[in-house]
Design a protein around this ligand. Structure first.
Ligand code: NAP
Length: 244
């Protein structure tokens, strides 16, 4: 019997990453939960996933740190031996207009979102089997830009360029590389947006509501499946129609 597929989801202790991990587990895929700070929640997610009948471990690594990513991938190799699906989801914000943005804010966001995608993917690549899937969580802000988010928009646009280039490199192994660009999704990351601004944003979404982590997870689960093998190098927006 063919052994079960294995997926690594970064930043899966909450929000979109957790929803992706759960959805992949429902499809009988073994799951590695990556987290940086919230060990307790990451362990809870892994325990919940095991109840779905698959294996799951939580591994700590700061994705902005290359050596920690190498150690995480070594832990995956020891436990599972290979990877089929990598979801680069871990991300951070630190908003300020460029005039007021510090170098630390720039570094935090670029190192987590863009360097993090490189650090994890570079280390994971030798473990990813043919027909694998790499799915990078970008943002519509990487296409449209946003006031106060020069750092975040630059990092997410960078992820798109990374995605397209790597798709060209890995096609020969039938490994697809795609980016998912969510709009406004209801998570910790967006909880501090002022109420009135949220109302204005919702009014601009044709579907008429904020997105849920599960909306993104359903798309990622499709891209992660065998049914998506002819889709690569794409940036797929999921924003209720906000940006079209
Ligand atoms: P979230 O609720 O803030 O969750 C972020 C996750 O990333 C947490 O699990 C956090 O884990 C982890 N994380 C943060 N820094 C990390 C690091 N250095 N190393 C490893 N893990 C790290 O955010 P979210 O809304 O689910 O966002 C998930 C992804 O979607 C991000 O890439 C974000 O940019 C993108 N996105 C979100 C939206 C939205 O509206 N929410 C829209 C577009 C794109 P710990 O707490 O354990 O560190």
């Amino acid at each position: 019997m063919e052994s079960r597929k294995v997926a690594l989801v970064t930043g899966a202790s909450r929000g979109i990453g957790r929803a992706i991990a759960v959805e992949l587990a429902k499809n009988k895929i073994n799951i590695v939960i990556n987290y940086n700070k919230d060990e307790k929640e990451a362990a809870n997610v892994a325990e919940g996933i095991k109840k779905l009948g698959v294996e799951s471990i939580a591994v700590k690594a700061d994705v902005s740190n290359f050596d920690e990513c190498a150690a995480m991938i070594e832990a995956v190799r020891k436990r599972f031996g290979f990877l089929d699906i990598l979801v680069n989801n871990a991300g951070a914000l630190s908003d300020k207009s460029l005039k007021n943005m510090t170098k630390e804010q720039w570094n935090l966001v670029l190192r987590t979102n863009l360097d993090g995608t490189f650090n994890v993917t570079k280390n994971a690549l030798p473990l990813i089997r043919d027909n694998g899937r790499i799915i990078n969580i970008s943002s519509i802000v990487g296409i449209s830009g946003n006031f106060g988010q020069t750092n975040y928009a630059a990092s997410k646009a960078g992820v798109m360029g990374f995605t397209k280039s790597l798709a060209k490199e890995l096609g020969k192994h039938k490994i697809t590389v795609n980016a998912v660009a969510p709009g406004f999704i209801d998570t910790e990351m967006t909880k501090n947006i002022p109420f009135i601004r949220k109302k204005i944003m919702i009014a601009m979404i044709p579907i008429g509501r904020v997105g849920l982590p599960e909306d993104v997870a359903n798309l990622v689960a499709f891209i992660a499946s065998d049914k998506s093998g002819y889709i690569t190098g794409e940036v797929i927006c999921i924003d209720g129609g906000f940006s079209f």
